[in-house]
Structure formats: C-alpha cells, structure tokens
Design a protein around this ligand. Structure first.
Ligand SMILES: [Zn+2]
Length: 391
C-alpha cells in the first residue's frame, strides 16, 4: 500500500467570506454574527492554533512540511513492524519531550475556553495531540481526534498509562542519551528541528543505539513467555527484520496511516450531528479525518465557518453555489450563514469575545451542550443582531 502525505505544499488562499471580512475588525464582526446566530457551534481546531505556544504546524509559513521538505512523519505500519523505526521514534520523542512538557496554552486556547464558558460554543474537537485545550480549560469536554502525546498504550493488552513514567524509564535505559539531552538544553544554538508531534531531529545522531522497554503487563504474562526478549536492564532486545512482537508500547496519538479508534470517530460524528454549525480554527483540513467532519456538517445543511491563515483543502465544496462559484448568500452576507477569514484565530476570537460579552452577556441558558439526548437542549431565542462596528 502506498501512503502519500496529503498536501505538503501550502494551499492557495481563499477570498474572504463575506467579501467585507477582509480586515481584522470586519472579520471579527462576521465571526460574531456567525456565533450569535447559531444555536450550538462546534469548534474544530488544528495545529495552527498551537504555533503561538511554540509548536510548529505542518503547512503554515514556518510549518514542518514547508521548511523541511525531507520531513517524513512516522508511519504506523513502520512503528508496529520495525524495531529500528521504534528506536528512531522513541529517541526523537525522548529528546523532544522535555521541551513539550513546558509548552503552555496561548490566547486562542483561552478564548475557546471563554467561548465555551459563555455558552457561545457547545463543545470542541481538536486534531492537536498537545493537550493544550484541556490544560487551558480542564472542564471543557473535548474530543482528541488524533489522540494525545501525554499517554502511551500497549498495542497488545491495550493498557493505557501516563507518558511521564515511561520517559523516566527511557532515561534509565539510555544514560548516554540522558546526558546528551542535558547538553542539548544547555546549548541554545544547537541545530534542532522540532516537529509538531513533539519529536526533535538532531543532525548526525545514530538512533539505533536507543533502547526502549516493553509493556510490563505483557512481559509478566506467561502467555507471551519467551516471545518478548529483554536485556539485563529490561530493554527490548534488538529484533532483526519484521519486529512485530507482543508488548509494544506506542504513544496514543494517531500515527500517519493509522485508523482512528471507532469510539473516537463516533464521538466526533455525534458532536457534528448535535451541532447546527461548525467553526474551524487554525487548520487547513489537509487530514481527511478532519475534512470529512466539516463535509458531514455541510451535507447536513449546517453552517460552516473557517478561521485559518492560508488555504484549506477542497474548501470550494463548502461554499459552492452549484456552478463552481461562491454562493451569493455567503459573499454578500454578514457572516451569519458562513464565514471564511484569513487571520490569526486568537486575534479574531479575542475580538469576538469582546463583542459577544458586550451585546449578548453571559447568559447561562445559552449553553447548549452537544449531545443527542434531546432533553438537555433548551430552546433559545435567537436574536438578529446588527453589529455596527466591532471595535
Ligand atoms: Zn501489554
């Protein structure tokens, strides 16, 4: 099977929707109208919103694919089957983890949390594996579409555990690497390339010497007796050729070429089905699993909003009038029916919050949770609000 990384080149920009939303203040007005006239909006966020926290995105101006044409994410099949690829992955991930632990939410994560608190959005789905939404707003329900970096799981017994103790094990098994990591952090001008998944690339490093442990539950399970071979320190023995053995530990994030877990896919679809509009922030939707959620909303006749610096995959499909042009109701509207703006999501949402809090207040009964139970949804009176100026 040939797997291609989708859209590693920047996607073309898209004209603003409505056409008046070409400046930051008018974009804020349009997004405010979009949220005010929706019953329950679902946020779908991507790597673009974590750039301000120091994590690179994939396809932005300083994105990993843009700057490093050689960059290849790890493929699921390689990780599962090849011992050498696991050593490479864990080495890079080991080196990047300390920096990742220090990453903090930025104004976009905070704004999303405030929108949820104020009842202007019903919930959120993120493609990001950095836990920053949860760090910023622990009580906001979030679907982590592509999993998380902060937890690991065993591919055999499916035991989940925290990443931090696993990192300690990696330190213990790799003392030379541990020293190298110390040096790395005390040498600020070391040529490091950090990837969006927290891994880092250091030129000239031999990954083959890196050691990783198997799942302890599987190691102690007599069913797998002698199938998992460890050295005297408890590290996995080198496996030549096909290295598909029991007890392989993997971060819970979804690797390239890996299917989403059924329950996560279902949860995301249920959120789309329960919302009446979807607002994409900081994503080019290049990943099909994210794009199809927006398409699903569109096919159900729901409203679509996009705040992203740069183009979005196949976005004509969201605005088409049936003849290959952007429909007049979007172009000439005020943002109520759909919005597409190219600004930093944090700048836009901070402005939007100012508007919403001023004219709509924090009405608790606006809060419409995204679920299908049908009982917790309250009918809310929608007001057509003319916003003269956002700022
Ligand atoms: Zn296990």
């Amino acid at each position: 099977m040939l797997l291609r990384i989708p859209y590693t080149s920047p996607l073309p920009s898209f004209p603003p929707i409505p056409t008046t939303a070409a400046t930051l203040p008018t974009a804020i007005t349009a997004v405010s109208n979009f949220l005010l006239n929706a019953r329950s909006t679902l946020i779908l966020s991507g790597a673009g919103i974590s750039v301000a926290s120091g994590l690179p995105d994939y396809r932005g101006p300083k994105g990993t694919y843009t700057l490093n044409k050689e960059y290849r994410p790890i493929f699921y099949g390689d990780f599962v089957h090849k011992d050498a690829m696991r050593r490479r992955y864990w080495a890079r991930s080991f080196l990047g983890w300390k920096g990742l632990e220090r990453v903090r939410p930025n104004k976009t994560h905070i704004a999303v949390g405030r929108l949820w608190e104020g009842g202007w959005i019903g919930g959120a789905i993120t493609q990001n594996v950095d836990s920053l939404h949860t760090m910023s707003r622990p009580d906001m329900p979030i679907t982590n579409l592509h999993g998380l970096l902060s937890t690991v799981l065993c591919l055999t017994c499916r035991t989940h555990s925290e990443r931090s103790p696993f990192q300690k094990e990696l330190h213990r098994l790799n003392p030379t690497w541990s020293e190298f990591l110390e040096k790395l952090h005390s040498t600020p001008d070391m040529p490091i390339k950090r990837g969006p998944d927290g891994d880092i690339e250091v030129p000239g490093v031999q990954y083959e010497s890196f050691r990783y442990p198997p799942c302890q539950t599987c190691l102690n399970n007599s069913t797998f007796d002698r199938m998992i071979r460890v050295d005297k320190d408890g590290a996995m023995e080198r496996i030549e050729g096909d290295g598909n053995v029991p007890g392989i530990v993997k971060p819970t994030l979804v690797f390239f070429g890996e299917n989403l877990r059924d329950e996560v896919k279902k949860e995301a679809e249920e959120k789309v089905d329960a919302a009446d509009s979807i607002l994409v922030i900081g994503s080019s939707l290049a990943t099909y699993s994210a794009w199809r959620l927006v398409k699903r909303a569109k096919d159900q006749g729901k409203k679509v909003g996009i705040i992203n610096l740069g183009g979005v995959r196949g976005e004509d499909a969201f605005w088409d009038d049936g003849e290959g042009k952007v429909a007049a109701k979007y172009k000439l509207g005020d943002g109520t029916d759909g919005v597409r703006v190219e600004f930093d999501a944090g700048d836009v949402l901070e402005g939007v919050l100012e508007v919403l809090e001023r004219i709509d207040g924090k009405r608790a009964n606006r809060k419409v949770p995204l679920d299908n139970s049908g009982t917790s949804r309250q009918d809310i009176e929608l007001r057509e609000i003319e916003i003269a100026t956002a700022r």
